[in-house]
Design a protein around this ligand. Sequence first.
Ligand code: DON
Length: 577
Amino acid sequence: MIRATYRRVATAFLLITFGITLAAPAVYASAAREPARARSAMVASQHELASKIGVEVMRRGGNAVDAAIAVGIALAVVYPEAGNIGGGGFMLIRFKDGRTHAIDYREMAPAAAHRDIFVDKDGNVIRGEGGSTIGYRASGVPGTIAGFEMALAKFGSGKLKWKDLIEPSIPLARDGYVLTNRLASLLEGYKEHLSKYPDSNRIFLNNGKYFKEGDLFKQPELAMTLKRIAEKGPREFYEGETAKLIASDMKANNGLITLEDLKNYKAKERTPIRGTYRGHEIISMPPPSSGGIVMLQVLNMLEEWDIASMGHNSAAKYHLFTEASRRAFADRAEYMADPDFADVPAASLVSKSYAATRRKGIEPKKASLSREVKFGEVSISEGQDTTHYTVVDPAGNVVSNTYTINDLYGSRVTIKGTGILMNDEMDDFAARPGVPNLFGLVQGERNKVEGGKRPLSSMTPTIVLRKDGSVWFAVGARGGPRIISAVMQTVINVIDHGMNIQQAIDAPRIHHQWLPDEIFHEPYGLSPDTMAIMRGFGHKFADRPGNIASATGIMIGNDGARYGAIDSRSDGAAIGY
Ligand code: DON
């Protein structure tokens, strides 16, 4: 019934607006270039040098997990805005034989952190230095090295050692690499806060002289740190010289992270969250990420409608997508947080029956108001600057990994003598429940700051299966809450609109996160008449368009070939053999 109504709405749009019928659903593909193709193995990451290192690891007999670790370490050197050892993230692994694992190496709040740590005596959220985004107090305890340690021990090939995966990145830090115009300008663009911290100023801003395109960019302290970690093993970061350097610099600068916090950090295995969309299994990250749940909620709500017939960029489709997103993000604000600290009703939220209830409030041609769309009712007692890269190895094992230091260049603090740029992940907590964070996200009481807790994330490393259960494609993105929109629209673009992985990633997208109550859109992403139709329904658009996240992904073709894609919105390289 609802499906029929929407088919009629879509038909009406196409007939009235374009004078065409629905006999052959149109595929609107913005990308002209083909995805990178290889027979056997592929790495898609946001820097060519990192992708090459991952490929080399697989040529030496390493599997996708080994390669993913080496790529992660390399990005910490060549992609300092987001690649890191001073942050954390999530790794989703699918072995060819069907074993599926999720590693949570999200940062943990230091023990001294508490609910009101980012609020002044008048109850206002502290901005700038001392708050949750800039300076020493903004950092959670980094998880990247512990996550990679766990990944290697449990899921590595056993053919390559820890040292083998760190070592290729050491010369890149020690001897340097040539800066692109993009990275040189980006560093200068972040001078306001990077310049406040002596090691950040020296390393990333060339002592105030800044870097230019073509300069050789060296990070000798980071090279030394990586050498120590390579030789002494991952515990060095948490208990050795590196840990001491982090704790003493923190202490000297009113930071919170202590030696004890570092020693107590633990990566965790989580059970991946699973759902289906039109018969395809979707595997993604569970809490402490909201990504998997929000995506599955939206897909479940949309499944009822014939999105393919509406067409990729239509007002009919975007209206439904917006309404579904509004509801899922309202639930995010209320229900989602670190499951070790708060009850998160994940299974109820991703159930088809809950989606059916949530969908009932969506009207065909009328936008809801976010202030009137509250979180839905579910049973609580159920028992209980980012970068994404994807790796497929010759055996067909897949890793989908997203990790981050939150904002570009994180807290802007480089720990003295280590070259480690620290995260500002504390801002992913609700500094004060109800007050928007860096990404404008309004979050609730469950995601308040608590010592030892992981802040709620939007990172959405995802793997989609064919109906026969084999891996079809893997995708993820950077961009805060917009990550979720980028990933779910990529999934819709492939499944409903029949796009290849490059087209699906490049195609224009929109984003609505409940609050603020407006649709973010991209330059040239929506035609004026589509926007006019949507305004007619009552939707509001953000004043200015801007890019919505940036994704990377790999698809495995029917013929077994690997197809890699880097978002046209950013740098990177998909390389294979
Ligand atoms: O975990 C999260 O959701 C955020 N810290 C991600 C930040 C991000 O994607 C910034 N990227 N450009």
